[in-house]
Ligand binder design. Structure first.
Ligand code: PLP
Length: 406
């Protein structure tokens, strides 16, 4: 059998070999470097989606490649009967980063997984160990596709084909403090919130929302659980979105934080981090995983955290995000821009996001149509000024080609 070269041939093989959960792929990609990727026809794109907030260091970053290669050559996998240095060091490092600027040290415990949904499954099970079952989650939420994570996800189209889902989840309006006050009670195990809703199209709540959620949860003896799977690991210009001064008006110390996506820059990993002693709710045998905490994934995550620190990528993400937002909103066909750092959302004057994403792709840029009105971008944190500027220069024509009017 000869090796197909073109996207058309790959796409035909895809359709014959893979389950149709995602529809046909928009592109078949063959390689990447920095914030650039190339398709099977040899065409180059600026990747402004970064594997949906995953490729924090872009594609083929030499320090990530070296960390993975070295670890794989040294010790690739062990079971969780055993432990490895990278796993322990990563757990300690995440604990340190979660301390932020706190004066009082907070004890942390980590459970590693392979994905965001699994990190949320772990957290969901952890909340059951409080002896309570009720979870207060929010409208517009997205927490993953496993049965537990889906039970916490509000979108009816995702949920309904799989009901009944694990129970006792109540949804309240996102960003509404009074709705939380009304819903959280002494039966509530946890309040679950995304600091910015990514899948919903980059929705930023008022700055008092997370601090109020913390107060309300704790007044009722419930845990505050923040899903930072999309917003964590520098995406917003802070290590965690809940530490970002533009996003909160008072300090927040969540009881549970879930992470995944950008943590290892594309090597599968997730983490459920618990503070305030809630990490001790699990006893031996309560939860487990074969791959979670794998030395290669942990080494990759350590390399990502190290590069973010050494290359000043938090400040860079803040600067690049501002540059993109300012440039995009300069066009009158953009009603607003949202987000923080390099989690960038914008609202179009007309519900033509699919046309805009397609016109952007034709022009050599990858963006995401999050909702009919909203475009989302989550580019690599290493996005260069030149990459950002090339997109901004093309933006008016992209809107023209998509047929968007003011
Ligand atoms: N939680 C949030 C906030 C997410 O954005 C996602 C993925 O988009 C998930 C959970 C699920 O993560 P995964 O796709 O790795 O299971």
């Amino acid at each position: 059998m000869s090796t197909p070269q073109s996207q058309a041939e790959w796409t035909e093989r895809y359709a014959g070999a893979l389950m149709n959960t995602f529809g046909l792929p928009k592109l078949v990609l063959t390689r990447g470097e920095g914030a650039h990727v190339w398709d099977a026809d040899g065409r180059e794109y600026v990747d402004l989606l970064g594997g949906i907030a995953v490729n924090a260091l872009g594609h083929a970053h030499p320090r990530l490649v070296a960390a993975v290669t070295d670890q794989l050559q040294t010790l690739g996998h062990i079971s969780n009967f055993f432990a490895s240095g990278p796993q322990i060091t990563l757990a300690e490092k995440l604990g340190e980063l979660l301390q932020g600027k706190l004066v009082e040290p907070v004890e942390t415990r980590v459970f590693f997984t392979n994905s965001g949904a699994e990190a949320n499954e772990a957290a969901f099970k952890l909340t059951r160990r409080t002896g309570r079952t009720k979870i207060v989650a929010t409208t517009g939420s997205f927490h993953g596709r496993t049965m537990g994570a889906l039970a916490l996800t509000s979108k009816a189209a995702y949920r309904e084909p799989f009901e009944p889902l694990p129970g006792d989840v109540v949804f309240v309006e996102y960003g509404d403090v009074a709705a939380l006050e009304a819903a959280v009670d002494d039966q509530t195990a946890a309040v679950l919130i995304e600091p910015i809703q990514g899948e919903a199209g980059v929705i930023v709540p008022p700055r008092d929302y997370l601090p109020s959620a913390q107060r309300i949860a704790h007044e009722n003896g419930a845990l505050l659980w923040l899903d930072e799977i999309q917003t964590g690991v520098g995406r917003t210009g802070a290590w965690f979105a809940h530490q970002h001064p533009d996003l909160v008006d008072a300090p927040v110390v969540p009881d549970i934080v879930t992470l995944a996506k950008g943590l290892a820059g594309g090597i599968p990993i997730g983490a459920c981090i618990a503070t305030h002693g809630s990490g001790k709710l699990f006893d031996p045998g309560n939860h487990g995983t074969t791959f979670g905490g794998n030395p290669v994934a942990a080494a990759a995550a350590l390399a990502v955290l190290d590069v973010i620190e050494s290359d000043g990528l938090l400040a860079h993400a803040t600067a690049m995000g501002a540059r993109l937002r300012d440039g995009l909103v300069a066009d009158p066909r953009v009603i607003d821009t949202r987000g923080a750092g390099l989690l960038v959302g914008l609202t179009l004057a007309e519900p033509k996001s699919a046309e805009v994403a397609s016109a952007a792709q034709d022009a050599g840029f990858i963006v995401n149509a999050a909702t009919p009105e909203r475009i989302r971008m989550a580019p690599p944190l290493v996005l260069t000024e030149a990459d950002a500027d090339s997109f901004l220069a093309a933006w008016p024509q992209i809107l023209d080609h998509a047929g968007v009017s003011a």
